[in-house]
Unconditional design. Structure first.
Length: 431
């Protein structure tokens, strides 16, 4: 018995601690008692359920740097706790202290089972199905940008006032917003934001700027105020369009802009449309060729606007009248500007460029892709149609031309015959 009593007492409840010799009352020899450290918390108790699931499902930092897990953040989990009440489950029970009071007056509420509620499961399933079917918009339709709630295309309002000067009537629009990353030896991979904005008063004055910052709002505000310091004035024709069509280029981006009549609208790239709205231009057609770079497009378009020539400048350069003949006015000639010193036909050199389109496009010729021939033009019936309509094909143009030249509609055949008859009568009288 003594040997058994002199055995070890173990408390296996954790990590081993140093052994301690403790005397046992009523025994002659001390008994060695081995003590262990005990922990009341564990890994599963310290972390929340969301953190545990994230550690199992998410991608590691090394995998994220390699491009993994880009679409995992878009997967939205359903909140299964929504619509649930503590103490109410599949079994319809009365639980005192959870879904019912413990005391009702002087009586103690007892636990009891209620009749089943089949509508509860239907309500929960309907609520979970409708959880992501509709998402409320954080922006009104008038405040949205090019694509929903993203910054490009959205308005930032007027620039910040400088002392007492306020930018009344100005509006700032975001053209481009992108993230930049730089690897440094001290801080590792650092992130910054690049903002490219334009501000204008919709009356011919506008300016654009590029700025960078650590935070998005800081970069946008810095670019907005920087653009307000670079406002320039652009000439417009009748406050709605450009003076003439032009060809412009910056880098690998080429733009061909055509002047259009009032009411045509803005048929161009969305960035050029935003620039025109800020400037107050309402009617143009623009075609982009080459690289579609937002900053190059903006710089090329402003270069073309600044290099415009007014009609008076054209008239003084060429020494000729600038006359407009448009289809909106039935090709009736309209004198736009007169030169200070008019040149005669003998004074114009043979090699000088007189063609208006070649002059305004600075020697560049736009290639217009020919339209494909319709299938019906190859059929025999098309020849029959041409024979029937060929006598009247230019009737309207002829009426306009004769009215413009002679002031009224007249027939050359009848006029020539009448003149001959009048000449015969005059000769007979003299005879």
């Amino acid at each position: 018995m003594a040997s058994l009593l002199r055995g070890f007492l173990y408390c296996r409840s954790g990590i081993a601690a140093p052994r301690v010799l403790q005397p046992v009352v009523g025994r002659t020899a001390p008994v060695e008692v081995e003590q262990f450290q005990m922990r009341n918390t564990s890994f599963f108790v310290k972390l929340t359920a969301e953190q545990l699931w994230k550690g199992v499902v998410s991608v590691s930092n090394a995998g994220r740097k390699r491009g993994r897990g880009k679409r995992r953040s878009r997967v939205l989990s359903k909140n299964l706790n929504k619509g649930q009440v503590i103490g109410v489950g599949k079994e319809n029970m009365v639980w005192p202290g959870l879904n019912a009071p413990i005391l009702r007056g002087k009586e103690i509420v007892e636990r009891k089972k209620l009749p089943p509620d089949p509508e509860r499961e239907e309500r929960l399933n309907k609520l979970r199905d409708e959880m992501f079917s509709y998402r409320s918009l954080r922006l009104s339709p008038l405040e949205r940008g090019y694509s929903g709630t993203k910054w490009p295309g959205r308005s930032l309002g007027p620039p910040d006032p400088v002392i007492d000067e306020k930018f009344e009537g100005f509006d700032t629009r975001v053209l481009e917003l992108k993230s930049l990353f730089k690897m440094t030896g001290t801080f590792g991979r650092t992130r910054s934001v690049s903002a490219f904005v334009i501000t204008g008063n919709k009356n011919g004055s506008a300016g654009f700027a590029l700025s960078k910052g650590v935070e998005t709002m800081y970069a946008l505000r810095k670019a907005k105020n920087k653009a307000a310091q670079r406002v320039i004035f652009v000439k417009r024709f009748e406050d709605h369009t450009i003076y003439h069509s032009f060809y412009t280029r910056f880098g690998c981006t080429k733009i061909i802009v055509h002047r259009k009549p009032k009411g045509y609208g803005l048929v161009c790239h969305r960035v050029l449309k935003t620039i025109c709205e800020v400037l107050g231009i309402t009617d143009i057609h623009a075609k982009i060729e080459g690289a579609v770079n937002i900053q190059n497009m903006t710089k090329a378009f402003f270069l073309g606007l600044l290099n415009q020539k007014t009609y008076q400048t054209m008239a003084d350069e060429k020494g000729l009248y600038v006359v407009e003949m448009s289809e909106d006015n039935d090709n009736f000639p309209r004198v736009m500007a007169a030169p200070s010193k008019l040149r005669t036909e003998e004074q114009i050199p043979k090699h000088e460029v007189i063609d208006y389109d070649e002059y305004i496009f600075d020697g560049q010729v736009q290639w217009i892709k020919p339209k494909p021939v319709p299938f019906y033009m190859k059929l025999p019936g098309w020849q029959v149609y041409l024979k029937r309509t060929i006598p009247h094909r230019n009737l309207y143009k002829y009426k306009v031309q004769v009215t413009a030249e002679y002031g009224k509609l007249d027939s050359f055949i009848l006029r020539d015959s009448n003149e001959k008859n009048d000449a015969k009568v005059v000769t007979q009288q003299f005879d």
